[in-house]
Design a protein around this ligand. Sequence first.
Ligand code: ZN
Length: 162
Amino acid sequence: METKVEMNKVVSVHYTGAYTDGEIFDTSEGRDPLSFLVGHGQMISGFEQEMLGAEVGEKRSFTLTPDKAYGMRDESAIQKVPRDQFPEGMQIEPGMVLGAQSDRGPVQFSVVSIDGDEVTVDFNHQMAGMTLRFSVEVVGVREATRDELAHGHAHGPGGFEH
Ligand code: ZN
């Protein structure tokens, strides 16, 4: 029987994620379940650890501290960038989330403040430093295909379609 959450299995779950104050930041309710390949960095590490060994139909609730979720905030990831590094005519406002290319691929950052010709930006993940609560129900577990193992992610509904 292959009905438990284990390394290299493709797992489908319904989940709800909330902040510690109870505000929900993401849920699969009303959508297809989320599918992921266990052990390939598709999910935050704590999420997989908490779900290992769970069987189809099982529900688990757990709280992840930042080190098991999106990491601690790194103050050195807050940087000042000259205004002229942004495209000409682009409206920049505090709170905006923007994308950029870096030598390590695409990155996201948020605009913290604008002081004249200087823009303060924050490259921390928006959920860095946060403790997160999850409620998860396992709705399916199956063997990964060779392609999925090679790509490091789940294919099909709830996963990558390509
Ligand atoms: Zn793929």
